[in-house]
Design a protein around this ligand. Structure first.
Ligand SMILES: [Ca+2]
Ligand SMILES: [Ca+2]
Length: 425
């Protein structure tokens, strides 16, 4: 940017030669006017230098100047955008990390505004419309809740998970179309859903081909009693939403809202398809524990793991959170609403949706009898062929009493909740 020449400076350069003949002081500096050619040459040279300096300091076409900027910004500040002290307070606490040390194993996710919703060609209808959302800052578990952490909860409380209890047909039938026949008692036993790879390629429009009800499958033995015990440093799985909420209550934490979860997953990286950018994961671009090979019959442990991986096996995101993408799905607190983003955007009337908590009850026309809670982040089963749900915006949902061997959770807490926890000790 060139500076606009100052009139006084220009005058100082140009005027002395012109007035020199009449000024005693200047005459002493520039010499007598009747000295002929040398004096005339001096005057001419001085003027040329002055003009060159002026030209050099003039702004180029389309270039603003400091004077212009001062004038423009002054106009904006004074006439169009009058400052208000209230504005100074509106976002004062939003981005600020509390001064106190955070809860062990949790990292601070700064509050702020972000665009919630899908990016890229693989977006599904329930990820749209993209809309502006504001969330307050919060602490979040740096990893998915591990088997060791969940065991502490069970040991302390004697809690029995949903998968460890015999299903109640009276409750189950409420989630099914009227008239659905009761299954035999031999089927209504404690157990859970387990991924079983198919032997050959199958159509991907029927998940029941690769999910089985395995009696005895639970958080201790995620693949069933004949499988290996759950490793301590892996995320706990085979936990229902009810189990996750019970753990969170015991820990004086809570499950994240869907908006908090997406804010955290994006790691402050706006407008990207994935938590790490726009580059698609592949055999050469390993970013998270997902499915490699042909789904659901020919998995490859390209990333080192066919099922769950120990937490922190893959790089953290921009907020220092691990496995937000992949490894296991994570329960959120919200009921699922297919069209919730449309409702939120309309209610915000072009403005911000602030700390959304989802609908009062779930709404999905494709499963009208089934109440569903949101799950996020994808799992070791997700892949580009099928769902690519390790994208930060991808939404999934299932009933609160469902447990699977690729579904876990992590918790969040607020500064107020953390203060409460510390004061209680
Ligand atoms: Ca994997
Ligand atoms: Ca995860």
């Amino acid at each position: 940017m060139a500076l606009k020449p100052n009139l006084a400076v220009a005058s100082a350069l140009v005027l002395p030669p012109l007035i020199a003949p009449k000024s005693g002081m200047i005459r002493s500096l520039f010499g007598e006017p009747n000295r002929g050619k040398p004096f005339g040459a001096l005057c001419a040279g001085w003027c040329i230098i002055a003009v060159l300096l002026l030209v050099d300091r003039l702004p180029a076409a389309g270039e603003s100047t400091i004077s212009d900027e001062k004038q423009t910004s002054g106009t904006l500040e004074c006439c169009k955008n009058v400052p208000s002290r209230a504005v100074m307070f509106a976002k004062a606490d939003l981005d600020q990390k509390p001064a106190v040390t955070g809860p062990p194993g949790m990292v601070w996710v700064p509050g702020g505004d972000f665009t919630m919703g899908g990016v890229g060609s693989g977006v599904r209808p329930d990820e749209l419309p993209r809309h502006r959302v504001r969330v307050d800052g919060f602490w979040m578990d740096q990893t998915e809740v591990t088997v060791t952490q969940f065991r502490r909860f069970v040991d302390a409380t004697g809690y029995t998970t949903t998968a460890e209890r015999k299903p109640d047909w009276e409750e189950l039938k409420k989630q099914l179309p009227p008239g659905t026949k009761k299954p035999p008692e031999s089927v209504l036993v404690a157990g859970s859903m387990v991924f079983v790879p198919t032997r050959e390629p199958v159509s991907l429009d029927d998940w029941q081909q690769w999910w089985a009800w395995i009696p005895g499958a639970n958080w201790r033995f995620p693949e069933g009693p004949d499988g290996a015990p759950a490793p301590d440093d892996h995320p706990v799985t085979q936990v229902s939403w009810d189990d996750a909420a019970a753990y969170a209550k015991w820990a004086n934490k809570r499950l994240p809202t869907e908006a908090e979860w997406e804010r955290a997953c994006r790691g402050n990286l706006e407008g990207k398809v994935y938590a790490w950018g726009d580059d698609e994961p592949s055999d050469e671009n390993i970013r998270a524990n997902i499915w490699y090979g042909d789904f659901p019959y020919a998995g490859k442990a390209t990333d080192g793991f066919l099922l769950t991986a120990p937490v922190k096996s893959f790089p953290a995101n921009g907020f220092d959170l691990y496995d937000m993408s992949g490894n296991v799905w994570e329960w959120c607190s919200d009921w699922y609403g297919t069209d919730q983003y449309t409702i939120d955007e309309k209610a915000a009337a072009g403005g911000l949706t602030v700390n959304p908590h989802g609908p009062a009850s779930s709404h999905d026309p494709s499963t009208p009898f089934l109440p569903k809670r949101v799950t996020r982040g994808g799992s070791f089963l997700c892949n580009e062929q099928y769902c690519a749900s390790y994208r930060p915006s991808a939404r999934m949902s299932t009933s609160p009493d469902t447990s699977q061997n690729h579904l876990g959770f992590r918790c969040v807490t607020t500064p107020a909740q953390w203060d409460e926890t510390r004061n209680a000790k």
